[in-house]
Design a protein around this ligand. Structure first.
Ligand code: 4AD
Length: 465
């Protein structure tokens, strides 16, 4: 009998078996009595060979040759070993000797994006440029304007499988540590991150905005005795600047937890959480990482079993020793963060580390000042390859201090009444963090632009598709 098989699962063990596959006609060519059809399913390809014989008509061979690229086809045939060796990691090492081909859905004969060009590796493009070969380099806007086609490349298929794994591993680890998954409102009466831009909207005649983070409600969930909570959900930021790492909508991985003695409890948990995510990706996503590497070559992430913790003043000193002057009570700019990432890599051999004890002045109003020196705070950022993926802190849980801090930061406390009142009814010390999912995927794979790890990116210039 015949069995439905996924292209990714075709291998020598199926030799001589009659299989049925469904995929896209990636390319078709023919000559007289023989036609070659490359079928692609979710980034994996296999060559199907149609040869005129007792069971295969001349008409079928001709039909195969004429299939328009990207059409959906069902192919039935026998698995066999090809004559030539196959080098690509996403091309199967077996062939299919075609018996039947059925076109399920025909693609337009002219496509706005050529998949072969879109999937070409950076290595090949660079080599071609040196040798004067004419290859089309598909630009970012062409890709994003035709994202459904662009997403069909093996690298993109792999990127979004990895993204799915990151959320799965995040959720799995936190559930095993007794966290409760929550869902906080995305329609809000006011800003939650004090100052940074919000999308305004009309809420039945009342002015409202899209949530800039689950910050206030995840803390309120702690006030409501959930102990440890996390959320995976959309975050909206009306960013003005068009950069390689800012989106106007991204996916936030947020967590908040009770602190017993010290905010290091949050840092330790985050370190272990991310080691488990990185280990999980390396163990479960080997093929995906290879597929990404084939198009966008990158060095695997270096990380320590016990995550490195550096203080902000130590970071400032390392920069100073390297001849980079930074304000010891200011924030680090992108360039200094990158430089510090390089210095940390040289000294500690890790691409992943935590920088904590930031100056209070550069942190949001809800951040807990350091007890020993209130120019500093119990807060942190976490970096991969010198770029921020996480920011977090211990929170102020004294309502009067919170009112004062909000005032100092120029925030109208009237918009925060329900939040601040939550602390008047008794609450445990707590802290937490917010992680940008797209940033984690981008930086784990050393991609150069966050739009590559956002399925349908929203940026200051893009609201479609
Ligand atoms: O640093 P942010 O703004 O921190 C918060 O939202 C706090 N409420 C977190 C907390 O628990 N204290 O955002 C957290 C993370 C950043 O580290 C970054 O990875 C990501 O969210 N992020 C963005 N990702 C894509 N586009 C943007 N415009 C982003 N802004 C922040």
């Amino acid at each position: 009998g015949r069995i439905w098989t996924k292209v990714s699962e075709l291998d020598a063990a199926l030799k001589e078996r009659n299989v049925l596959i469904r995929g896209r006609a990636q390319s078709a060519r023919g000559k007289g009595k023989i036609a070659f059809l490359i079928v692609r399913e979710q980034g994996y390809t296999v060559q199907c060979v149609a040869t005129v014989s007792e069971s295969v008509s001349k008409g079928l061979v001709k039909y195969v040759t004429g299939l328009s690229k990207e059409s959906i086809v069902d192919v039935e045939g026998v698995v066999s070993k090809p004559d030539v060796e196959i080098a690509s990691t996403t091309q199967q090492v077996v062939e299919i000797q075609v018996r039947k081909v059925y076109c399920v859905s025909k693609a337009a004969s002219v496509l706005p994006l050529n998949l072969e060009d879109a999937a070409r590796s950076e290595r090949d493009l660079e080599k071609a440029e040196k040798e004067g070969v004419q290859y089309v380099r598909v630009g970012q806007d062409t890709r994003l304007n035709n994202r459904v086609l662009d997403l069909r490349t093996p690298a993109n298929q792999a990127i979004f499988r990895i993204q799915s794994y990151v959320s799965m591993l995040f959720r799995q680890y936190l559930l095993s540590e007794d966290f409760v998954e929550i869902h906080t409102p995305k329609l809000m009466a006011g800003a939650s991150e004090g100052g940074s831009a919000v999308f305004k909207l009309d809420y039945k005649g009342q002015s409202a905005c899209l949530a800039q983070s689950p910050q206030l409600h995840k803390q309120m969930a702690i006030c409501a005795d959930f102990g440890r909570v996390f959320e995976i959900g959309p975050v909206f930021r009306a960013e003005d600047s068009f950069t390689h790492r800012h989106l106007c909508e991204f996916t936030g991985l947020d967590l908040e937890m009770e602190i017993k003695e010290h905010y290091f409890e949050v840092l330790d948990l985050l370190g272990e959480l991310f080691v488990s995510i990185f280990d999980g990706l390396n163990a479960k996503c080997k093929k995906e990482l290879q597929a990404i590497n084939q198009q966008y070559p990158f060095e695997p992430l270096q990380y320590l079993r016990k995550t490195l913790l550096l203080t902000f003043p130590e970071g400032v000193q390392m920069l100073k020793d390297a001849g980079v002057e930074v304000d010891p009570f200011g924030d680090l700019n992108t360039e200094s963060e990158r430089r510090l990432g390089q210095l940390v890599k040289e000294k500690y051999n890790t691409d992943f580390y935590v920088l904590h004890r930031y100056p209070l002045a550069v942190r949001p109003f809800y951040t807990m000042p350091a007890v020993d020196d209130n120019r500093y705070s119990n807060s942190f950022d976490v970096f991969i390859r010198g770029e921020e993926i996480i920011s977090g802190a211990q929170r102020v849980h004294d309502p009067d201090l919170l009112v004062k801090r909000a005032g100092d930061c120029g925030i109208d406390v009237k918009t925060l009444t329900a939040y601040i009142d939550s602390f008047r009814w008794g609450t445990v010390p707590h802290g937490g963090a917010g992680v940008g999912l797209e940033r984690v995927v981008m930086l784990f794979c050393a991609l150069n632009n966050i739009r590559k790890s956002s399925l349908f990116p929203r940026d200051p210039q893009r609201l479609a598709p």
